[in-house]
Design a protein around this ligand. Sequence first.
Ligand SMILES: [Zn+2]
Length: 385
Amino acid sequence: MTAPLLNPRLTGFACIRCAATYPVADYLEGCPSCLAQGFPASVAAQFDTLPPLARAGTGHGLQRFADRLGYTCFPSLGEGDTPLLPLHRLATELDLDALHIKCESANPTGSHKDRMSAQFIARALDIGAPGVVAASSGNAGASLAAYAAAAGLACTIVSMPAMPGPWRRAIEMAGASIHIEPDSLSRWRHVRELVRERGWLPATNYLNPPVGSHPFGVDGYKTLGYELAESEACIAADVIIVPTARGDLLWGIYRGLQEQVDEKRLGSLPRLVAVDPFARLSRVLAGDDYRANFAGSSPLVSINGPTVTYQSVAALEGSHGLAVAVDADQAIADQVRLALEGLYLELSSAASLSALRVLKSHDRSIRRAVLVGTSSGYKEETRRA
Ligand SMILES: [Zn+2]
């Protein structure tokens, strides 16, 4: 495998809340200053002048954007450049002029998480981490395990008892170990122990209230924003709808699109819409504290959990976006509906269509939409009752 190569254009990291700047390092707990004040917030990679998208790299997927990422050489399994498909029949049904879906299910391990894993594993190799760890309900775990295996790194995934069998098998097949904790918050305690006692590098948050995932990994999600910015469907879209848990992907898409606005490739930023499994981000946008724990549960396992992050709020406010809570039964119906278009997505991903229905019922001026289909359905257990 090619050795990881840090991008010489990377100048450091900046807090997305207070704008404090920091040298290149691993900010596992986000901005030290904001954390000390009790307001956990992520930091984001900062670069000197970046080459335009068309000249940022060669090859396929993330490799095409290598000179705009934290690591210009990184372990790749072929992630990125996923299809953007039109959904003509659904557009007609929903009274839209155009509806497209970005099929992140086409990534090597079946989800968007591969964009994060490629950059994160490069970082782990570069600093000589003895192992990597993530708290995950499935997608991040399967992805991290695969990329760690390819890189020859030890990997532990901390999950919960309800982790579906196909994910568990994928993780174990890759040689990673699985540690089960009873709930979301106790998972984070176990990750923190591995980080502090064994020096393992965490791909995901371990604080409560949480920050985003490892900043080098989150930076990889910019590439989804870049790919969207290259498409006419996205440029014309009124809304881009993103299933959201702690907001890593939402932030990355926002960041990638915003860079393209700054570089005058995009005239304006499309509104980003976060899919809430129950009212959580939508409550924060209405005035609740982003650091709160929100009561609620949902069968949408990949976006479930009681917390939100500052980066989700910042991405939505920056794009004049909003969050939409969806009904689980509607998401189950929409999973079937998308499968009848040939797209078998995970329930949490199909919920993007449910969110579009809610939006459209309130705002008939929406004419063009893009759904982000974060993950395939093949890893879920057989139909719940
Ligand atoms: Zn800060």
